[in-house]
Design a protein around this ligand. Structure first.
Ligand code: AMP
Ligand code: MG
Length: 319
């Protein structure tokens, strides 16, 4: 049996947990510093919970043409690409819908219980309402539209952080996990990066849990089981169905997807929750291996997500 020595740093940022793992432990401090720099930049550019973020300022000046920073332009570009790829199941104009449903601050500040909300089903404004030119980085947010980059910006941060870390340490391999949105870069360990698929990224590593292995790209998990709260006895959660503006009434409670980047994995995992049953054919058509957990807790593996390994000597490989 071979033993691999890894360097691991745990922290918190962007309203969730951060884990950085390097294959050469001596690289850890340099890698973590590079990751921190990216996370700070993303938070300042794209957080909807900071009044001083570039995104908050953009949302506060509707109908005005604003030239945004390259980083915010990249995050908006990723969100709009997600909208296009998913037929609008993932859509950054869910901002006011998710806020009206009660998710109006960093999740730690959202009360678990509260008085009844009178939510009215109403289609969200839709991503096509945003005028964005990637080349000039100019954006016009229409009146009444609030952009939320919660789904794609965290995944983009994972991708950018992993790339920045590998550049900083020149060699070896790195994994960056932001609340379960995982990107890897550089040389993977011999057995690949072993990742336990849990519904909650805070779950302890446990024998008997399903584990997969990736060597490149990313994996993301979206779930309605973790970021949820109750208002007037009604359970609400953070994934909005753009067709109704309300928390999605999905047949899946958790979706994990492997893709070439964490952004793509995340676009697909959020979309899978919103799409419900039709996610299966969409994931198959886009060749995105996915593990979907239905409301009863049954696991559905689609698009060549590996079957559960019988023992840890036969870990399946993805990608
Ligand atoms: P994720 O956990 O990656 O699925 O992202 C969920 C986060 O993305 C939520 O906390 C919201 O900020 C935002 N969000 C919710 N519903 C949608 C949607 N349909 N499209 C895009 N972003 C969404
Ligand atoms: Mg995610």
């Amino acid at each position: 049996m071979s033993t691999t020595l890894l360097g691991i740093a745990d922290d918190r940022a962007l309203g969730g947990s951060v884990r950085v793992i390097v294959t050469r432990p001596a690289d850890l401090i340099k890698a973590k510093a590079a990751v921190d720099k990216v996370l700070e930049a993303i938070d300042l550019a794209a957080s909807r919970f900071r009044q001083d973020s570039e995104l908050s300022r953009l949302n506060s000046v509707p109908e005005r043409e604003v030239v945004v920073s390259p980083l915010l332009a990249q995050a908006i570009g990723a969100a709009l690409r997600g909208a296009e790829l998913t037929g609008g199941a993932v859509d950054p104009t869910i901002g006011s819908a998710v806020r009206l449903a009660g998710y109006d601050s960093d999740f730690a500040g959202v009360p678990a219980d509260g008085a009844e909300l009178h939510l009215v089903a109403e289609r969200i404004p839709g991503w096509r309402a945003i005028r964005f030119d990637a080349h000039s980085r100019s954006v016009v947010v229409p009146r009444g539209v609030e952009i939320d980059l919660g789904a794609t910006a965290k995944a983009l941060a994972s991708d950018l952080a992993a790339t920045a870390a590998i550049k900083a340490i020149a060699g070896g391999g790195v994994l960056v996990s932001l609340g379960g949105d995982i990107a890897v870069a550089g040389e993977a360990p011999a057995e690949g990066w072993l990742i336990q698929t849990s519904e909650d990224s805070g779950a302890a590593i446990a024998e008997g849990e399903e584990t997969i292995s990736i060597t490149t790209g990313g994996i993301a998990t979206s779930s309605t089981t973790v970021r949820r709260w109750t208002r007037g006895g009604v359970v609400l959660h953070h994934i909005i169905d753009p067709a109704t503006g309300l928390p999605a009434n999905s047949c899946w409670r958790t979706a994990s997807v492997v893709a070439a980047t964490c952004v793509d994995a995340n676009i697909a995992s959020t979309a899978a929750i919103v799409m419900g049953q039709s996610a299966v054919s969409w994931l198959e058509a886009n060749r995105l291996p996915a593990r979907l957990v239905d409301l009863e807790g049954n696991v559905h593996r689609v698009a060549r997500w590996p079957e559960r390994a019988a023992n840890s000597d036969r870990l399946p490989k993805v990608l």
